[in-house]
Design a binder for this molecule. Structure first.
Ligand code: ADP
Ligand code: MG
Length: 710
């Protein structure tokens, strides 16, 4: 486009929807409720489905139970009163020579309807055909008046018609008209400068054309593919989204892997010694992952690897083993955990396995204060301490390492990329290992952690006791208490988890605080009941957790604060109250707190009798499987990536059209092309890639550092 015809807005796509002819402030407010503020948002508001109105049938041919379109002449229209149902219905009778059909409106302005549906007029109509007392009818049909000949350019008939998701107060017809206008005026400003070679290799159609076709498909499109979001237009738009994401990730990853890192010698005796001290042998998944890590550590570039594995799959042990060569090479190791309890747990594990090898370890949390803290800082700085385990206290400015060579981050989704960066800076390009207990489907992992290499521990250590999961309704509460009592009498411990801390005004939730008191006094007077919730101070929480760990508290009533990695092998029952209110991954995380010892465990999900269909699917999934990956896939399908753990936090864009699981084939292709491109031109410096570079910077909005073009 030459500068002289450049529009007044820097980017015309950001024109507020209000300024589109025919919109105005009132309609703009309606669009706003759907998150549509600019014309670009509107262009990305793709139809949720398509209806086939290409062929207009005779009334006699209309099939009951199908969505059909037809045309005819009005020969009767009137408001009808149904005494017995006390209902007013506006009815229009239409004929076409082949048959008769009745169109009904159960609400609407009578004067308007009368005016519109005058006897003798010809109309096009469509909707689901019903059978009622021996005749066909359609309720609230989509209707268009015919003046003279049938309009060949109609947006609503004689074509595949887009169905948009409902915008309250806006008719589909109005939406279609506005969409058409927006497409005509603004689609020319859409850009997706994917190199021609890639477009060709991938058989991609023109980007602007893709939007036109997706909103108003040409008649030869396949209705089935459209409805599956698999038309060429859909593919082009989704490819664009994924490609620019992957391109950014490829560049990030490339930058890191080109940097100089530490090349560790990993075949020293310490690792062998450590392995021989373990009272068990590694699972083959652990062995494989340990090997992947060690290979990375040998390379002269920084490692950036994610270990993914279900709770209890043995990630921590693998990470600790991988630390051994680091000590041997004279470097330090840091482990950062999201909570103090978890940090302490890692500390005690490490003390058990690592300290006997002559390695000095310290626990650094916010509890360590004053002189003690100063002393620890000094020892870390001088390299007298080789392993530092702690919370985010580790990334405080005052903490200086002597030679940090390896950083382990547990439960990544609680931290995010920024903290990862801060920890990295404590050393000189140390190797980084991220552990996550939230199993993430591979497709999602490739995007959320797209700049990391992925290792998966998909096997549990042998001898795990099974967890039986069952859904109980509110009315079976007495039985639930009996089960609890039995376990407590056997010396086991139990969790009861609540969604909220205090009773909200409207919701009839059992409040954790009151419930704890009730359980203590009336149900389990012979056992000690403890309470843990998010509004407690950190120290209070720690104290309670400690008592529970030490077996002084038998029954712990808690909100979801117990979610993360806590290891209480003696806990064998978990009751989740209002289980229907929890997400699937969250339920799975919670359940991971039990089944960690030598006792078969029970997970009891209490839910009301009446719950939503989606909630039912979640609870059934919990009953069916304990496989975290399977659960994660189902969860991603149910909720979409935006809601999935940590995706928001990670600073990645939400997809407007693409869906990771549905469109995983496109994602793989986009990733392959993007990575190949970055292999050839790591900073996109070749002149032919300048438009691509500009588009990339725009999409990533400052989250990507690129070398400046000299
Ligand atoms: P994660 O960090 O994945 O939650 P951990 O490394 O904490 O798992 O291991 C969970 C428990 O299983 C620990 O008590 C650990 O000692 C034990 N464990 C780990 N690997 C094995 C194995 N291969 N065989 C038997 N037990 C194991
Ligand atoms: Mg762990």
């Amino acid at each position: 486009m030459s500068p002289s015809v450049k529009p007044p807005f820097q980017n015309r796509l950001l024109t507020p929807i209000q300024y589109v002819k025919g919109v105005g402030p009132k309609l703009a407010a309606l669009f706003g409720k759907k998150g549509i503020y600019t014309v670009e948002d509107a262009l990305y508001f793709l139809p949720r489905a398509y209806e086939d109105r290409r062929s207009i049938k005779k009334i006699a041919e209309l099939k009951v139970g199908h969505k059909e379109a037809s045309l005819g002449e009005i020969f009767l229209s009137e408001m009808v009163f149904y005494q017995n149902q006390r209902k007013r219905v506006f009815e229009v009778m239409v004929k076409d020579g082949s048959g008769v059909i009745l169109l009904k409106w159960f609400h609407g302005n009578e004067r308007y309807l009368r005016e519109r549906f005058k006897k003798g007029r010809r109309i096009l109509f469509s909707g689901e055909v019903r059978w009622f007392h021996g005749h066909k009818e359609i309720h609230h049909p989509d209707v268009e008046m015919i003046e003279g000949e049938v309009d060949q350019d109609s947006l609503n008939f004689n074509r595949i018609v887009p169905i948009y998701s409902e915008i309250e107060g806006l008719y589909q017809r109005t939406l279609r008209r506005l969409m058409k206008r927006i497409l005509e005026e603004y689609a020319p400003y859409l850009e997706s400068p994917i190199p021609a070679e890639i477009q060709e290799a991938q058989g991609l159609i023109d980007f602007r054309e893709a939007f036109r076709r997706v909103h108003f498909p040409p008649n030869e499109e396949s209705l089935k593919r459209l409805n599956l979001f698999q038309s060429e237009g859909h593919r082009r738009i989704i490819f664009d989204e994924f490609f620019f994401l992957e391109l950014g990730l490829a560049i990030k990853k490339r930058q890191v892997t080109l940097e100089k890192g530490i090349s560790f010698k990993t075949d020293g005796p310490l690792l062998q010694k450590g392995l021989s001290q373990l009272p068990f042998s590694l699972t083959s998944a652990q062995e494989r992952v340990l090997k992947e890590i060690l290979e990375d550590m040998e390379r002269p570039h920084p490692m950036n690897r994610l270990i993914q594995g279900d709770v209890g799959s043995g990630k921590t042990i693998v990470a600790l083993l991988a630390s051994l060569p680091v000590f041997e090479c004279g470097y330090q190791v840091a482990i950062m955990a999201p909570t103090e309890v978890l940090a302490e747990q890692h500390y005690s594990t490490a003390s058990r396995w690592i300290t006997p090898l002559g390695i000095r370890i310290v626990l650094l949390t916010s509890h360590v204060k004053g002189l003690e803290r100063e002393r620890i800082y000094r020892q870390i700085r001088r390299g007298e301490i080789q392993m530092v385990i702690g919370t985010h206290a580790i990334i405080q400015e005052e903490v200086e390492f002597h030679r940090l060579g390896f950083a382990i981050i547990d439960e990544q989704h609680k931290f995010g990329v920024i903290q990862r960066g801060l920890l990295r800076k404590k050393g000189v390009n140390p190797d980084i290992l991220v552990m996550t207990a939230t199993p993430i489907p591979r497709t999602l992992a490739m995007t959320v952690y797209g700049d990391l290499d992925l290792s998966i521990i998909d096997e549990m250590p042998p001898g795990r006791m099974p967890i039986e999961t069952r859904v109980f309704s509110e009315s079976s509460r007495a039985r639930v208490y009996r089960i609890l009592k039995e376990e407590l009498q056997k010396g086991r411990q139990a969790f009861i988890v609540y969604p909220l801390v205090e009773e909200s005004e409207k919701l009839d939730l059992r409040d954790a605080t009151r419930m704890a008191e009730h359980l203590q006094r009336e149900v389990f007077p012979d056992h000690r009941v403890g309470l843990l919730h998010g509004r407690m101070k950190g120290e209070e929480k720690e104290a309670i957790m400690k008592e529970f760990k030490e077996g002084k508290i038998h029954l712990l009533v808690a909100t979801t604060v117990i979610e993360v990695g806590i290891d209480i092998p003696n806990a064998s029952v978990m009751v989740v109250e209002h289980a229907e209110r929890f997400g699937l991954s969250q339920l799975h995380q919670l359940r991971g707190r039990i089944g960690r010892g030598n006792h078969p465990s029970k997970c009891i999900l209490i839910a009301p009798y009446r719950i939503s269909e989606e909630a039912r699917i979640r609870l059934q999934a919990m009953e069916r499987t304990t496989d975290g990956f399977q659960i994660a896939e189902e969860d991603l399908e149910l909720r979409g990536p935006g809601e999935f753990f940590g995706v928001r936090q990670s600073g990645l864009p939400d997809f407007r059209v693409g869906r990771l699981i549905r469109d995983s084939a496109i994602l793989m292709e986009a990733r392959r092309e993007a990575f190949r491109l970055v292999d050839m031109d790591p900073q996109l410096l070749s002149p032919s890639h300048h438009p691509l570079r500009a588009a990339l910077m725009d999409r990533w909005k400052g989250r990507l550092e690129l070398a400046t073009i000299g």
